[in-house]
Design a protein around this ligand. Structure first.
Ligand SMILES: NC(=O)c1ccc[n+]([C@@H]2O[C@H](COP(=O)([O-])OP(=O)(O)OC[C@H]3O[C@@H](n4cnc5c(N)ncnc54)[C@H](OP(=O)(O)O)[C@@H]3O)[C@@H](O)[C@H]2O)c1
Length: 433
């Protein structure tokens, strides 16, 4: 730390959207930050790839490092802020170099923490160095602080999150404007709401990184991205959005982590949530998380999940904590105690389901369907039959009572083999989020 205890000098690796946002807050709100921490928070050094790029802020007063990892060894830097991104490469090297040297490290990098979180936490704890990553999950929403601090008295029974603004934006527009997925995605890319390569967002990987981090803190388990069943929103079609609404639900991409009798169930997938639930009414690019604890009951958090201001706000909140001397194990419990509790696969999931079938409009179809479900011990909660699809088929839409995912999948496999079923059935989980 600085030899002058009344100042905290930052080294910022990455000068893109978030990095520049952090510089703006540190410069604009210098007096406020000083009053709140009792320290002068300054920027000593920065790093990015392209030194010549105009970034809209004057970087002339700050030392420049071509190699971001050198920030770890810069004696004029008390705390390193990593805003480059990527689970490996320079972000990982910089994190290890800082923490091994006992230098506090703040990051917005969900991929880094979801992949290497336990190892980095162990390094941090060994040196009592801070490792903070509030901005890595749900941007400006202080959900990590809520879990590690405000809710620390509780056994968490479950959490649900809308954690990817791009997906929520796409689903919102599909519903509002009745547009197909591809068209909304292309438009979202054109206006900068989705990346040129949208895979991370729309295939649920970004949500999985964030869910793994939240589950780690909520349930004291190491983040485990490799064993996290993940489905994105690529296969959501307008007809399911319309039926969902008719049945009183809305489709959302959810990160779910739930304590079950024999382990913690962690998964990412689109789900139908009741229109009356808080998450159903989170629209556009907004993020939200609900968490239930044994004493506090249900709680909810909502706000901007990305963008320069909200994300930088979370990063600077972490810097303020470090300046105040706040320290605890990064995941709330010592990293050595982060277990790998029985991860329950999706087959073990018990829940209710929405199933949509396109069938030939011939006698006996209903009997085939109900017999198939009965054979797998899946009981029907509600059933709709709707007029002719373009090709003369008929849609049959049903919701089930509680059943295992294994049974629901088995029924789907049998449906696929029925002659009257004209295309692969669609299935969505229903979540009382
Ligand atoms: N944007 C958001 O709304 C948001 C929200 C939550 C979390 N995050 C996370 O915040 C981090 C930064 O995101 P961002 O949107 O600010 O990214 P960005 O705009 O793409 O900026 C990345 C910055 O990192 C620099 N960089 C990349 N590789 C580097 C290397 N090898 N050495 C030095 N600098 C390097 C780039 O340098 P050049 O500019 O010279 O190319 C750029 O300045 C990521 O981990 C992201 O997941 C972002």
């Amino acid at each position: 730390m600085s030899s002058n205890p009344s100042q905290l000098r930052l080294g910022i690796a990455g000068l893109g959207t978030v990095g520049i946002g952090v510089i703006k807050i540190v410069e604009d709100n210098a007096d406020l930050l000083s009053a709140r921490t009792g320290q002068k928070i300054t920027i000593a050094a920065v790093s990015a790839r392209d030194r010549g790029r105009d970034r809209g802020v004057d970087l002339g007063a700050y030392a420049w490092h071509d190699n971001a990892v050198d920030l770890a060894g810069d004696d004029n830097v008390d705390l390193v802020v990593e805003l480059m991104g990527g689970s490996d490469g320079p972000a990982y090297a910089l994190a290890k170099a800082c923490l091994a040297a006992g230098k506090p490290f703040v990051t917005a990098n969900k991929a880094l923490i979801a992949t290497h979180g336990k190892e980095l936490a162990q390094l941090a704890e060994g040196k009592k160095a801070a490792l903070r990553f509030e901005a890595a999950v749900a941007g400006g929403i202080p959900i990590i602080k809520a879990l590690t601090e405000g809710l620390s008295a509780n056994n968490i029974s479950g959490l649900h999150g809308i954690l990817n603004g791009t997906c929520n934006y796409i689903l919102t527009r599909m519903e509002r404007e009745g547009l197909p997925f591809d068209e909304v995605l292309a438009d979202a890319q054109r206006i900068g709401y989705a990346e040129a390569d949208p895979t991370f967002d729309i295939d649920g990987i970004d949500t999985a990184h964030k869910t793994a981090i939240l589950a780690a803190i909520a349930f004291g388990m190491a983040p485990d991205i490799d064993n996290l069943p993940t489905e994105g929103i690529r296969n959501i079609v307008s007809v399911d959005i319309d039926y969902a609404r008719e049945l009183g639900y809305r489709i959302k991409l959810l990160g779910v982590a739930r304590q079950q009798d024999d382990g913690v169930e962690v998964r990412v997938h689109p789900a139908m949530v009741p229109l009356s639930s808080p998450l159903a009414n989170v629209m556009d690019a907004t993020n939200a998380v609900t968490v239930s604890g044994d004493h506090v009951g249900p709680t909810g958090y909502e706000g901007a999940g990305a963008g320069q201001g909200p994300t930088a706000s979370a990063v600077v909140g972490d810097i303020v904590d470090v300046a105040r001397g706040v320290w605890y194990p990064p995941f709330g419990v010592p990293a050595a105690e982060l277990g790998s509790p029985a991860h329950l696969g999706s087959e073990a999931h018990i829940g209710t389901y929405y199933i949509r079938l396109k069938v030939a409009d011939v006698p006996g179809v209903m009997a085939d369907i109900t017999q198939t479900l009965a054979r797998e011990k899946v009981s029907i909660d509600s059933m709709l039959q709707r007029g002719h699809a373009d090709d003369g088929g008929v849609y049959i839409v049903l919701t089930t009572h509680e059943t295992t995912e294994e049974a629901a999948n088995a029924a789907l496999n049998h449906f696929n083999a029925l002659e009257c079923v004209l295309e692969s059935p669609a299935m969505l989980r229903i979540e009382a989020a």
